[in-house]
Structures are given as C-alpha cells and as structure tokens.
Design a protein around this ligand. Sequence first.
Ligand code: FES
Length: 163
Amino acid sequence: MNDDLQKRIAEAMRNPQNVGELADADAIGTVGNSDCGEMLRMWVKFKDLNGKKVIDRATFQSFGCETAIAVASLATELIRGKTAEEALSLKTEELAGELGPLPPMKIHCAQLVEGALRSALGPEQKPAPSSTPPSSPTLLDSFTRPKQGGVKITFLPRQNHPE
Ligand code: FES
C-alpha cells in the first residue's frame, strides 16, 4: 500500500464516524469475507424528507480491518440524505470516497462495505428487530450468543486478488 493511501486511512481511523449499533434502525445488513475473516454490519435509519424516504443515519461495526473501517466511516457519511436507490447506485470506488483508488488487494475491503449496504437496502432487505438487545445484537453478540440473534450473515463470493 502506498504512503499516501496509508496516511489517508490513518486519518480516517483517527476519528471514524458512525461506529456502533443503531438501536432504532429500520434495516440491517451483515456480510463476511471468508478469505480474510473480516465481517461488517451496517444499520440504516430512514426519515421522511419532503415526501421522500431518505437515509437519516447509517452506522457500522467491523472486526479490525482498517481499510474496511475507513471506507465504512466515509460511506456512512456519504449515503446520508440519499434514498435507498441512490445509495445502492453508488459504485465501490465512490463509497471509498476521498481515500482514492485502493490497491487490488484492498478493493475487497470496500466491497465488504458495499455488500453490507446492499444486504441492508437490497431486495433481501432484513428489517432491524424492533426491540432492544438481545434481539438486536451487536456484531460481537452474534458470535457469542448466536442462538439469540438469529441474524443472517451473507458471505461475499471468493475472489482471486493479486497480493
Ligand atoms: Fe479483508 Fe480488509 S483485509 S476486509
């Protein structure tokens, strides 16, 4: 990874936006990458704006990978005020925003964010549970108390990416 990108990721990591569970979310999406073991969950809350349903807030949780966290931080800011259709029309590189082009080995990190967004907003949209935990578990809760969460995790297809 080049120094510029490393600096931009470090900058985004210094103050990541929208981290954590959104208790009253309208939609939730969770994806995993079986290659690297990274998982990411996104919560989305809508509001009505002049008769249009737009994204009021989106938050995320992730295990570890700095690039995925940096992209999720930028993407959850970027989709605010957009309709679900507008958010879904964003390309992977647009979600990565000011991080700029990612090296091939890191593109899947942004695709993880895109996958969580699609999982939350796409045709298989899973409404967020209406009550508070344990029926609305954090990402960690899903693993430590899997029977109580009942959350579907979508694994993205394996990809061959150069090192
Ligand atoms: Fe796999 Fe970043 S290294 S999501």
